[in-house]
Design a binder for this molecule. Structure first.
Ligand code: ADP
Ligand code: MG
Length: 362
């Protein structure tokens, strides 16, 4: 296994746009890093450059401190799993697993030993004699994973490996991959556009936007401490609420309002922050807003209830506060109904402030 370091990695296909734009990132040995971002932001291009399947336009890639820019893909020993797993249709599962070792010229008894090892880890004993067409999509993907793992790789990269599976199978495969990582300790780069997958799986997440890494951090850091509105809005379901507000300073105390409705600030922010512009955006996750039937010191923002969605263990209330749609997560037995008027309160401890112009966290 190896650490991976990307230095100022760039890629252009058309000499006009940067598909990957100055990406620098270190993945320590044994870490599972998720590369997260919307379609087209440059995730696969980054991954393919690491695997050696794509030329770098500029920059450097190091495995364990060794520059590997000029090392051909087959010598990099990068295991890859893609969304479409290409198993050999005429070979059995066992033969599919043994194939990479046979092509590498392994001795027969070593092959048997290694295949048994991987079969054990994957738990695919029952269908070793099956052909790929006899497998479900989840089973095929397991075998695909297994085959990629046969030759103990330096680095294990996966590009949206479970995006095509149905929801239930996806969450099973997700915990499976996480466990695999814990058991094997490989350095893994996991590419996904699914924030929930990244949050659930990764030791660290690197969020990309238009070829650049916007923020890298643990799932907790990304979730609670986003550096801008893009990151804040990208992770979390239901997504973070954003409310365009005005900040005013009087007698050295900062106060905040949304269309004339005062919003209580955390005490230390009100007293000490000197750097807050007039136009700010309040970001707050739906879990950290609550509603009351009447106004109070805390519940200051009137809102009309648009719909209430019963989620079983909770309910999601969508409201219109003046002209902004917000979502509030509340307890499942709520008596609130469409058409009600409620008063919203934001938990000051979980309120984030952003610059309305740049979107940067304040
Ligand atoms: P992602 O995996 O995040 O969806 P990609 O790395 O596939 O993003 O693509 C990043 C950008 O590069 C996109 O604008 C895409 O259209 C472009 N791109 C990717 N691969 C090629 C290619 N082989 N030739 C030309 N343009 C490409
Ligand atoms: Mg892709």
């Amino acid at each position: 296994m190896a650490s991976v370091e990307l230095r100022n990695l760039r890629k252009t296909y058309d000499k006009k746009n940067w598909a990957v734009d100055d990406v620098s990132l270190t993945i320590p040995d044994g870490e599972l890093l998720a590369l997260l971002g919307p379609s087209g932001c440059g995730k696969s291009s980054t991954m393919r450059m690491i695997a050696g399947l794509e030329e770098l336009t500029s920059g450097e890639i190091y495995f364990d401190g060794q520059l590997i820019n000029r090392v051909p893909p087959q010598k990099r020993n990068v295991a890859m799993v893609f969304e479409t797993y290409a198993l050999y249709p005429t070979l059995t599962v066992y033969e599919n697993l043994a194939f990479p070792l046979r092509s590498a010229g392994w001795a027969k008894q070593d092959i048997t030993k290694r295949v048994d090892e991987i079969v054990d880890i994957l738990g695919v004993q029952e269908f070793l004699t099956h052909k790929p067409r006899e497998l479900s999509s989840g089973q095929s993907q397991l075998v695909g994973l297994g085959r990629a793992l046969m030759r103990q790789p330096n680095v294990f990269v996966m590009d949206e490996p479970i995006s095509h599976l149905d929801t239930r199978l996806r969450s099973r495969m997700r915990s499976y991959i996480k466990r695999l990582h814990l058991d094997l300790g490989y350095t893994m780069l996991y590419v996904t556009h699914d924030q929930e997958e990244a949050m659930a799986l990764a030791d660290r997440i690197a969020i990309m936007e238009r070829g650049k890494i916007v923020q890298a951090g643990t799932p907790q850091e990304i979730f609670h401490d986003p550096i801008n509105m893009y990151v804040g809005g990208f992770v979390g379901e239901p997504p973070m609420n954003f409310l365009a507000c005005q900040a005013e300073r009087q007698n050295d105390t900062l106060s905040l309002s949304y269309k004339g409705h005062a919003i209580p600030l955390p005490g230390d922010t009100a007293a000490t922050r000197q750097d807050i512009p007039r136009d700010v955006v309040v970001g707050v996750r739906p879990f950290y807003i609550d509603s009351a039937p009447a106004p109070s010191d805390r519940h200051t923002i009137p809102a009309d209830v648009f719909v209430v969605e019963a989620m079983g263990d909770s309910a999601v209330i969508s409201v219109n506060a003046e002209d902004t749609r917000l979502q509030v997560v509340t307890e499942s037995h709520t008596t609130i109904r469409s058409g009600d008027t409620v008063w919203l309160g934001i938990d000051p401890a979980y309120m984030l402030l952003f610059d309305q112009v740049t979107g940067a966290r304040l």
